[in-house]
Design a binder for this molecule. Structure first.
Ligand SMILES: *Cc1c(COP(=O)(O)O)cnc(C)c1O
Length: 365
């Protein structure tokens, strides 16, 4: 018997919406995974059925993102936040510097962690403009000798997103793609390392995806704890210790869903359509809604805006909540409003919210 479910309009910033069909499949397979008589959570991570799940997830990710053979996929734990420390630990060699492009709170966190391990500096920063924009590629100032350049591809809190990435030549380019990985096609070959916590676009929290270039991996520092070395996980196909098996299973199912939607070109188009439903209301509101990000830096994943007064903003957020829209409050550090329209958020949710915004303006103008 299939229960009638009430699914809410979920605009949470992370953990966030998952595709309903993936949740339903997980539910159907929950207590007897493909004839094993066990849940996927109860399988040994050394067993054949689990290995298939694990390897399938890796190959699906390679296929969807068109990851070249020069790169490896790793499944780690500790979130994107542990990557903030693992990266400098592994790749900030003694005597070298690393540069960071500062575009928001997550870049700041990555930068402060790296400072603990060596010399770091800003390749550019848009902090003075309250992180409304992404610097142009020409504005980046890094050195050919840098250990690496680090950037945050989508700024989850401020709602800005890189549209093109710099070509850094021999300087390894590293990107935190936690909140826009899988949202559009990217050229993986430009990057020495890409990392992302899964809980925005890839699956449930608990898995961190790392895509790393093999020759970069070989250049890593060696005198660091085993679990914090990328090479440990690369040598062991991310099975050095017990991986987050259920999370990896879910990630694999999300990837199948993304493939069935038509892959990343189709997903990118759908994300544009979703974001436009809301940005067009902001742009046509005569200043009733005020977008935070500059137009050319706007994120298709996290749409941030304010209303004219704190009172009106509170009324808007209260009514949005009453109308069944979840997660529209801005991040606790900056306030305002934020709609997170990740891959799994359906077009209808954005349509319904854009209608709500239009109606609210009519009622309060
Ligand atoms: C959410 C987020 C993080 C933090 O991820 P955790 O997995 O919670 O550590 C880091 N960077 C960006 C861009 C994020 O959106």
């Amino acid at each position: 018997m299939k229960l009638q479910v009430q699914r809410t309009y979920n605009f949470n910033a992370g953990p966030s919406a998952l595709p309903l069909s993936v949740l339903e499949k997980a539910q159907a397979e929950l207590i007897d995974f493909r004839g094993t008589g066990m849940s996927v959570m109860e399988l040994s991570h050394r067993s054949r059925p689990y290995e298939e799940v694990h390897n399938q997830a890796i190959s699906s990710l390679k296929e969807l993102l068109a990851i070249p053979n020069t790169h490896e996929v790793l499944f780690l734990q500790g979130g994107a936040s542990l990557q903030f420390s693992m990266i400098p630990m592994n790749f900030l060699q003694p005597g070298k510097k690393a540069s960071y492009v500062m575009t928001g709170s997550w870049s700041e966190k990555a930068f402060s962690e790296a400072k603990l391990f060596g010399e770091v500096y800003h390749a550019a920063s848009t902090k003075e403009g309250n992180y409304r924009s992404i610097p142009t590629i020409n504005e980046l100032q890094y050195d050919k000798e840098d250990a690496y350049v680090h950037l945050t591809s989508n700024n989850t809190i401020y709602g800005t997103q890189w549209k093109d990435f710099p070509d850094t030549g021999d300087v390894p380019l590293i990107a935190d793609m936690s909140s826009d990985i899988l949202s559009k096609p990217i050229d993986v070959s430009k990057f020495a390392l890409i990392y992302a916590g899964a809980q925005k676009n890839l699956g449930p929290s608990g898995v961190t995806v790392v895509i790393i270039r093999k020759d970069f991996l070989e250049s890593a520092n060696t005198n660091i704890p085993t679990m914090l070395k990328y090479s440990t996980h690369a040598k062991n196909n991310s099975l050095y210790n017990t991986p987050p098996t259920f999370g990896i299973y879910m990630l694999g199912e999300v990837l199948n869903w993304a493939r069935d939607l038509g892959g990343l070109e189709a997903i990118a188009k759908r994300n544009e359509e979703k974001a436009n439903l809301i940005y067009s209301v902001i742009d046509g509101s005569n200043g009733f809604y005020i977008g935070h990000a500059d137009q050319d830096s706007r994120s298709l994943m996290n749409l941030t805006f304010n209303l004219k007064t704190p009172e009106l903003e509170k009324k808007f957020l209260d009514q949005a909540k009453q109308a069944g829209f979840v997660g529209v409050n801005g991040h606790r550090s900056i306030g305002g409003c934020r709609v997170s329209a990740y891959n799994a958020v359906p077009v209808e949710a954005c349509q319904a919210f854009s209608e709500f915004m239009t109606q609210f303006q009519k009622d309060n103008n």
